[in-house]
Design a protein around this ligand. Sequence first.
Ligand code: NAP
Length: 176
Amino acid sequence: MTTHYYTASSLDGFIATTDHSLDWLLKQDIDQEGPMSYGGFEAGIGALAMGASTFEWVLRNEAGSAWPYSQPIWVFTHRELPIPEGADVRFVQGDVASAHREMTTAAGAKDIWIVGGGDLVGQFADADLLDEVWVQYAPVTLGTGQPLLPRVLDLELLDVARNRNFLCGRYRLQKD
Ligand SMILES: NC(=O)c1ccc[n+]([C@@H]2O[C@H](COP(=O)([O-])OP(=O)(O)OC[C@H]3O[C@@H](n4cnc5c(N)ncnc54)[C@H](OP(=O)(O)O)[C@@H]3O)[C@@H](O)[C@H]2O)c1
C-alpha cells in the first residue's frame, strides 16, 4: 500500500492562487488517458484525504453535479461543513496518523491519495506516512498562492512524462 500526493502545480510551486482559484489550471490542455493522467491513477485509490479548503473547492466546483469520488474521504477541518449527497465523508482533526490507520483499513488492497493542500501533505510527511509525490506542472507562474509542499524533503525522481501542456514527474520520498 502506497500513500501518494498527486496534484497539479504552477511552475513556481503553487497549487492554487491565494484566493483558491484553479482557473489557471482548468484552462490547460491535458489528455485524461495520457501519461500519468488522473484516470489511471484514481483507479488504484481506495481512500482519500483532503484539507478543508480543498474540500470547499470541490463543493463549489461540483455544485449541481454528481459527487465525483466513489471512495471514502477523510476531511481535515475544525469546522462543520456540509456533506453532499452520495459522498462518503469523515471529518477529522489533529494527528494525521490515526486517520491514516483508518484509511489503510478502508483502502484494502488499494492505495491512499492525499489530495492536498500542501501543508496537510506535509503533516503526513512529518509523520513518515507519505511515500510518493506526483506533480503535473502547468506552464504558468503565479508568483504567490497556496504552496505545493512547504517542507524540506529529499525525493528520488522515479519517472517523467509530457502530457500535452504538462510536465509530469513522479517522485519517491527518501526515508532515513
Ligand atoms: N492544483 C491542484 O491540483 C490542487 C490539488 C489540491 C488542492 N488544490 C487547491 O489548493 C488549495 C489548498 O488550500 P490550503 O492550502 O488552504 O489547504 P487545505 O489543506 O485544503 O486546507 C487547509 C485547512 O484544512 C484544515 N486542516 C489542515 N490540517 C488540519 C488538521 N491536522 N486538523 C484539522 N484541520 C486541518 C484547516 O481548516 P479549518 O481549521 O479552517 O477547518 C486548514 O485551514 C485549495 O484551493 C484547493 O482547491 C489544488
